[in-house]
Design a protein. Sequence first.
Length: 251
Amino acid sequence: MHTHGELRIEPGEDTLAATREWLRPVRKALGPDFLSAYLTGSVLTQGFHPKRSRVNLLVVARELPPERLDALIDATPKSRRSPRFEPLFLTRHQIENSLDSFPIEWLEIKERHLRIEGEDIFGPLEVPRTHLRLQCEHELRAKNIRLRQSYLANRKHPAELEEQLRSAASGVATLFRTLLRLRGENPPSDNAHVIERVADVFHVDASGLLAAHLIRHSEVTRKRAEVVALYRKFMVEFDRLVSAIDGLPVK
């Protein structure tokens, strides 16, 4: 087992055991095409909740021809019990040829992953940062537009707004870590601290920017008016943040 990056939090033994159990028939189905398997995403953060969060598992293969895909369909475990796995199957070729297309995603995985089995794919990889700033700005501006559109469509349906905040939380944290990397900083491992640092750096209100994170990780049942108020605060501060990133250098 190999770890990489300072952002990783060690998963619990139950999660690791369940991952190896899930992987066993999958590796058998891939046969000689199997290269490696990695845990990625929220399972390696402090905010991971075994009963609510999905376990992101990246499986890398030499090739994925149709007959291998058919074997995977039959072999992939389909238990609804926790933890729930969300696998991503890619070939080494796909990874190596998409580094410049998805620099944010691959930087996230390169800096925070846990190898469960197989060879080290990510150690020697260099993710180009040529378009990192532009991709980050594009994603932030697109999310900003979607937040406003969702508010227009769901202002009278707070449950929908709450779900929008919950689903946005992890993706937003990824972009916030990218903003800190663009400033030459190493992002904190905890998403809440990442959000607070971004709020401090770009002079926006942290309490508003934390709304999506709080919704995602809280067990509290909120009243309709409170959900709307949280959404409005998040939307306003997110808009202020997007305006503030114009000062970042284009690289």
